[in-house]
Write a protein that binds this ligand. Structure first.
Ligand code: TRP
Ligand code: ZN
Length: 866
């Protein structure tokens, strides 16, 4: 035991928000000189440094794995006694106020498997600096409140690296001896180093332009490998739409003469908002009908918008420290969500976003890794790029926008941007701007930034026939979360309406503010009991419990005029049946079948909405509704309801499936909606057990002229045991094995499959010749997808846990950031039976016993054991 502990690294240091101190030294200007090569790159950095405030502390420049080959101050080479390294950082004692400090380091980008700092991907050289990657490139105060003007010079072999890009505007370029060339880029806007970027390589450009609202022409470029050029049109259109939208909706204009986007195959995240040079995971740039689903197209549009919007919410106004991460991420997600809603359907986008929030953030908020939107502590900041910071953060902005209304919200954001342009700001600065610009008191609302955990709201409606009134009693409870045992009541905005079931008419759509533990609201003028519609539009990110009957829910599913509330009534109707069944009670399911029939038959509804409304709650969502998750019982109950809906409405599904077949491909909302509904119909038809189900799915798979229908058919077949299953998987593999993004779908579809052998299949796929730990997309497609497949991952043998733990251990050695993202599914052991919990804990302990484990995985695994 003692031995084991001596090989385990000491617990990583905890960073605290309360310890924030302004930087000791500022760096107003930096010149970077890169001599680029895959194997060995030389970086010379010249920093103008200025003492900040009255102190005598030395200059401290962060470094991670860097060796200073030369250090000069004001042109004079320092000898080794004049500087030292401390935890990777370069420490230099300096007299007086201002100096010029020059360092020289060498990097080996080709062997940088962490994909942080300067690294190679498919023969390109690119960078990723957020959050703390710049210190892997050069010595620098790597914190977001040190803002500098950058001048970047790159030299490289002209044949291998014909294109040289960096932030800002290109200023000069030329040829050098020996087949080399150089280029210089200057970025006039001071920025923190996490926004630094460069790219060098053999890239082709989709070039376009955009004229801003003040009449300036901006050159737009999307840079990809030559062969991928035909797949960039959608991203370019999304970029231009985003630029116009930010002008129209927020009054924000782009500020440089060029805006470039580069797509790379190996990337830890979705994309990165580097000033003027966004770098993307290629899966969020490349799209064509042959390889991209409608979800992929929407992903491209949403992520292009997200990164573009960061130019104001993130770059012009950045974060003071990483505890403020949601300042830029929550706000920017809110902005991209509204942009996508404006480009398509508000109703459907809201439903999709809430589904994502519930699947990712609610789970996080109820587990060992729960943390506030503005955390108080962290060990490794990379672990805090979470659904809470991003998606719950966006919900906080949405609630403020709702309470203020559009005009006052815009006054608040105008004040925020004007007041903090060029600054590193805090979440508190944003809230203050909302208060002052919008004229509202957000004192109690601030608790949303401080308290973790999803609030539960109990809403009970009681009717008094004598007084002809109803009383709505609301109670809130915020559950304890790690480090926060006791909670105060939050300010919860609940859009509410009351429906008369006899006429279908409703009384108002009021915004009720629940800001005490318990509150009652009385409504007059109800001769008979109305039906409650609450948290309409999902106005607050809470869990609502009501005493509504199945009849009430069926009524709302047919009549509620708020599309989200209507969807929610359908979901609740199905949840009640399924949770009852799982608990061994026979709950009537005819109401579900009838409600589905009613919705599908309504010609006035958008097919995309219909497809959402009739979708069964996911197995994970059902697990969230239970005291203890029983993955097998959940799967069985959901499967049988699906079969019942399939069989009872078989002819309807046949009609819908046939009736939504398109004549040629289009990306219009109508065409996308039709495909979504067609896939839902196919799914139910196959679930019905109809003899010809697999053949119909196989036909769709074979005949489809787009990936949306092809992948859905493949997924449906992958769930079953038909002969067509094997055939379709083989055909798909043979057709797409040369295209990495599409081959990811082949791995992902099998890892997601509701199939009794999924766990064994995933084990085999982990040894497949096309599987690799060096590409994060591939890892996520197999192990990430598998860990999200509740029934398969929680196989009672514990084999699923072992597979994921093995992957974490192997991956941690090359890419700790991506490895750490696979830990949370193992941390949910408290929600499962003792046998599963013990197996999950055993894997977490095995991971933690691994010698040389990264800070990233150590933090996630150790917190998950508590
Ligand atoms: N800031 C980026 C975004 O949300 C994402 C990001 C954060 C990132 N850390 C990263 C991307 C690390 C790649 C690697 O748009
Ligand atoms: Zn972002």
């Amino acid at each position: 035991m003692a031995d084991m502990h001596s090989t385990t690294a000491a617990a990583p240091a905890v960073i605290r928000r309360a310890d924030y101190q302004a930087p000791d030294w500022l760096v107003p200007d930096i010149a970077l000189d890169f001599d680029l090569d895959l194997a060995l790159t030389r970086v010379r950095a010249t920093l103008s440094v200025a003492r900040n405030g009255d102190h005598d502390r030395p200059l401290r420049l962060d470094g991670d794995g860097l060796v200073p080959l030369a250090v000069r101050v004001d042109g004079r080479p320092l000898d080794e006694a004049e500087w030292h390294l401390e935890a990777g950082a370069l420490i230099i004692a300096l007299p007086g106020g201002e100096h010029e400090v020059e360092t020289l380091v060498e990097l080996a980008p080709e062997s940088n498997s962490k994909l942080m700092g300067l690294y190679a991907s498919g023969g390109l050289l690119c960078t990723q600096c957020e959050a703390e990657g710049f210190r892997r490139i050069t010595f620098f105060p790597d914190r977001p409140d040190v803002l500098s003007r950058y001048s970047v010079t790159m030299a490289a072999d002209k044949a291998r690296f014909p294109i040289l890009l960096a932030n800002g505007d290109p200023v000069e370029q030329g040829d050098l001896d020996g087949g080399r060339h150089w280029a210089r880029w200057n970025d006039p806007f001071p920025k923190p180093c996490y926004l630094f970027a460069l790219v060098a390589g053999d890239l082709a450009c989709n070039a376009d332009s955009f004229v801003t609202m003040s009449g300036r022409t901006v050159q737009l470029g999307i840079w990809v490998k030559q062969a991928d050029l035909p797949r960039t049109a959608h991203a370019m259109q999304a970029l231009k739409n985003s630029m116009a939208w930010d002008e129209r909706v927020y009054g924000r204009e782009y500020d440089l003469d060029v805006f470039n986007i580069v797509a790379v195959a190996d990337f830890n995240f979705g994309a990165m908002e580097n000033k003027g040079l966004n770098i993307f995971n290629s899966r969020y740039i490349l799209a064509d009908p042959e390889t991209a689903t409608d979800i992929d197209y929407d992903g491209v549009e949403g992520v292009v918008a997200h990164e573009y919007f960061h130019n104001w919410s993130g770059n012009r106004v950045t974060c003071r420290d990483w505890f403020q991460l949601s300042l830029k991420e929550g706000f920017t997600v809110f902005r991209d969500q509204n942009f996508s809603a404006d480009m398509g359907s508000h109703a459907v986008k809201r439903i999709e976003d809430v589904r994502i929030l519930r699947a990712g953030q609610f789970q996080e908020d109820s587990g060992p890794l729960a943390h506030p939107v503005r955390p108080e502590t962290y060990m490794e900041i990379s672990n805090f790029y979470t659904a809470t910071i991003y998606n719950k953060g966006a919900e906080l902005i949405r609630m403020m926008a709702l309470m203020l209304g559009p005009e006052r919200f815009r006054a608040g954001t105008d004040l925020y941007f004007d007041r903090h342009d060029g600054q590193a700001a805090t979440c508190e600065d944003f809230v203050l701007a909302m208060e002052e610009g919008g004229g509202i008191d957000l004192t109690q609302f601030r608790l949303w930034y401080e308290q973790a955990g999803t609030p539960h709201v109990r809403a009970l409606l009681s009717h008094d026939p004598v007084a002809q009134s109803v009383e709505l009693t609301l109670e809130q409870m915020v559950p304890p979360t790690p480090g926060q045992p006791d909670k105060q009541p939050m300010a919860i905005p609940l859009r509410t309406a009351l429906f008369d079931p006899a006429t279908g008419a409703h009384h108002g759509d009021e915004l009720l503010m629940l800001d005490e533990a318990r509150q009652s609201f009385t409504f007059a003028g109800f001769a008979s009991a109305p039906v409650l519609s609450i948290n309409r539009g999902f106005s607050a990110p809470v869990i609502v419990e009501t005493n509504r009957s199945q009849d009430d829910l069926a009524f709302l599913s047919a009549h509620d005029d708020d599309p989200f509330a209507r969807y929610e009534a359908m979901q609740q109707l199905m949840v009640n049946v399924l949770i009852g069944r799982i608990g061994g009670r026979l709950v009537e399911d005819d109401a579900v079948v009838a409600a589905i029939r009613h919705i599908v038959a309504d010609p006035t509804l958008d097919p995309a909405f219909v497809a959402e409304a009739i979708r069964l709650p996911s197995e994970a969502y059902l697990g969230d509704q239970m005291q203890q998750v029983d993955p097998d019982a959940i799967h069985a109950a959901r499967d049988s309801l699906q079969r019942k809906i399939g069989a009872d409405l078989e002819s309807l599904w046949r009609d819908v499936h046939a009736g939504t077949k398109a004549n040629g491909f289009s990306l219009s909302s109508a065409a996308k909606g039709a495909r979504k509904l067609r896939n839902a119909a196919l799914h139910f038809l196959v679930a019905s057990g109809a003899q010809d189900g697999p053949a119909i799915a196989f036909d769709q798979f074979s005949e489809a002229d787009n990936m949306t229908e092809r992948q859905a058919a493949l997924g449906t077949l992958a769930n079953g045991a038909s002969a067509q299953r094997v055939a379709a998987l083989d055909i798909f593999y043979n057709r797409y094995s040369a295209d990495a993004l599409t081959l990811d779908k082949w791995f992902q579809t099998q890892a997601f499959a509701f199939h009794p052998d999924t766990v064994d299949l995933v084990e085999e796929l982990g040894r497949h010749k096309d599987f690799t730990l060096s590409n994060p997309n591939r890892v996520r497609s197999l192990y990430g997808a598998f860990a999200g497949n509740q029934w398969a991952f929680h196989h009672r043998s514990g084999k699923g846990y072992r597979l994921v733990a093995d992957c974490i251990i192997a991956l941690d050695k090359r890419n700790p950031q991506t490895a750490a993202r696979l830990v949370p599914p193992l941390g949910r052991w408290k929600r499962f039976d003792d046998a599963r919990a013990a197996l999950m804990r055993g894997e977490l302990q095995r991971i933690l016993a691994e010698p040389g484990l990264s800070k990233d995985v150590t933090e996630q695994a150790s917190k998950s054991l508590d």
